[in-house]
Design a protein around this ligand. Structure first.
Ligand code: GLV
Length: 320
């Protein structure tokens, strides 16, 4: 009987799909990512592992699992926790969960955009104190209609954020390594050949690039300095894409108007000083956290494992 480890409890039918397929399924019961030592011990003899984005899959993991291992299925669209070279050297299948979380992440991106531009969190704290009534100059924010949304990275999620921005009456500009003329025509978005041109124009910059060597600290002090001082930065991609120390300084110095982050360089920690600022809204990596998306992610990951263990191609493979 094939053995599958699901490293942490997941919502929806993912585990049931694996059990119904007849596998011996072990599910991590802890409320946090599995400790490395435990992970390396639990993967021994597994044919498939349903991993979380904190589970590093590298040579050490693969060696610990042993020769039965055929597939690692990430419960995430991002897969920077996979050392793809090691995975490919061992001819293992690796999969992620694209599409099923696009809407959830795009909607949360807009939740953050509204929260920071309309100062919702700040206002909530003040309203709880019951001391502030209507005031002509109280908690003024920025309207989105007619403003420019700059999307950095036009993948599935960036594309959906651009569409929602368009529905909000925003002008949409985007930067990506590849120009997408079809998308430009469909949505009415304008391409910028370099990120710098986007940063100078956008009122809201929303980051949707994968974490790669080339995108680490894409938003550094210099690029933050190119943004308008009335503009906002939003990041729902991966923490290290933004240099958080540089962002903290930029927010303190009012180089930009504000930021909203769902991801951090060293989760769950924030860069020193960030936690005390009021011109930032933070959420703990919950952009895909809807019942719909998280259930579908578990089911897709389970189906990827089943496909590979049945000798079929995975539904959503990832490559280097
Ligand atoms: C979450 O961050 C994901 O990559 O799905």
């Amino acid at each position: 009987m094939a053995k599958v480890l699901v490293t942490r409890k997941i919502p929806g039918n993912g585990v049931k799909i694996l059990q119904d397929a007849g596998y011996e399924v072990e599910v991590g019961q802890q409320d946090s990512p599995m400790e490395r030592a435990e992970l390396l011990q639990k993967v021994v003899g597994c044919d498939g592992v349903l991993t979380q984005l904190q589970d590093k899959v590298d040579e050490e993991f693969i060696k610990a699992a042993g020769s039965n291992l055929k597939v690692v299925a990430n419960f995430a669209v991002g897969f920077d926790n996979f050392k793809m070279e090691d995975i490919q050297n061992h001819n293992l299948a690796a999969t992620n969960t694209p599409d099923v979380l696009t809407e959830a992440v795009a909607e949360h991106t807009f939740a953050l955009i509204f929260a920071i531009t309309r100062r919702v969190v700040e206002a909530d704290i003040i309203a709880h104190k019951q001391s502030q009534a209507f005031g002509p100059e109280v908690l003024l924010g920025m309207e989105l209609k007619g403003k420019t949304l700059g999307v950095l990275g036009l993948g599935r999620i960036g594309g959906r954020v651009a569409e929602i921005g368009k529905c909000m009456g925003m002008n949409v500009i985007y930067y990506d390594v590849k120009q997408n003329s079809e998308f430009e025509q469909k949505v009415g978005a304008a391409f910028k050949a370099v990120p710098e041109d986007l940063l100078k124009e956008a009122d809201v910059v929303s980051v949707h690039v994968p974490l790669l060597d080339s995108t680490k600290h894409l938003m550094n002090a210099e690029r933050l300095g190119m943004m308008k001082n009335t503009a906002y930065l939003v990041n729902t991609s991966r923490g290290p894409v933004v240099d958080e120390a540089a962002l903290t300084q930029a927010l303190k110095d009012h180089v930009i108007a504000g930021a909203a982050l769902d991801v951090f360089e060293n989760e769950p920690k924030l860069a020193p000083g960030l936690e005390s600022l009021m011109n930032i809204v933070v959420t703990p990596h919950i952009a895909s956290a809807t019942i719909e998306a998280r259930s579908a992610m578990g089911e897709l990951a389970a189906k990827n494992i089943m496909a590979v263990l049945n000798g079929e191609p995975p539904l959503t493979p990832v490559h280097k």
